[in-house]
Write a protein that binds this ligand. Structure first.
Ligand SMILES: [Zn+2]
Length: 221
């Protein structure tokens, strides 16, 4: 234990943690400095049918309620946070973000993250929303089904595809784990822009009887 503390002190000395927004040196357990964390664009929404995310999704699929913690705009600090989580091996930021959500989820039957395709998971090494989703489940004492959904299609890059092709590619991109019992589940996504990926997952559930879906995302455009 003592050796670990000494090693960590050296690491902090030579490679101090920096605020992912303003680059100020911060405590190793943080990801934003105090100043930047007060500037986060919180939605202050509730998990209900009275917000932009719900209205976006209900036009495309059958969803019960929806919530997003943050607003997403191109180049705002939300984008930096999501980038760190996804590409810079900081999925642990999701724990802190999940702990900021003060909504009672204890009546739901479980939490299901939008999964990565097996190939992408191997490449990246982790699902960027794994910790976020798992912490929400833990905080509310409900099951976490990390494999409730399985991604069956591997799209090497969606960026170069036009919108029509992207939607076509996403058709049947997911399968539901046959072991999942009917119930009301919360699907977790990191950022919702068009909602195409998420909607393709929700539609899988919509095609079955006795499944209800609500949605929680870290950020919503
Ligand atoms: Zn800062």
């Amino acid at each position: 234990m003592e050796i670990k503390i000494i090693v960590n002190s050296f690491v902090d000395l030579f490679f101090p943690m920096r605020c992912i927004d303003c680059q100020e040196v911060i405590q190793p357990s943080q990801f934003l400095c105090t100043n930047c964390s007060t500037k986060l664009p919180f939605t202050h929404w509730k998990l209900n049918q009275d917000n932009d995310l719900y209205h976006k999704l209900i036009n495309l699929s059958k969803v019960e309620t929806a919530y997003s913690l943050l607003h997403f705009k191109h180049k705002n600090n939300t984008q930096k946070i999501l980038h760190e989580m996804k590409y810079r091996n900081r999925p642990d930021i999701g724990i802190d973000l999940a702990n900021l959500i003060n909504i009672d989820l204890s009546d739901y039957d479980g939490i299901i993250p939008i999964p990565l395709h097996e190939k992408r998971l191997k490449k990246r090494g982790y699902n960027q929303i794994g910790y976020f989703a798992e912490t929400l489940a833990k905080n509310n004492n409900i099951p976490y089904f990390f494999d409730g959904l399985v991604r069956t299609k591997y799209n090497s890059s969606q960026v170069r595809e036009n919108k029509k092709n992207r939607i076509k590619n996403l058709k049947n991109a997911f399968e539901i784990n046959p072991k999942l019992l009917p119930g009301h589940y919360i699907i977790i996504d990191d950022v919702i822009t068009t909602g195409a990926t998420l909607v393709s997952a929700i539609k899988k559930f919509n095609s079955l009887d006795n499944f209800k879906i609500s949605v929680i995302s870290i950020a919503c455009a």
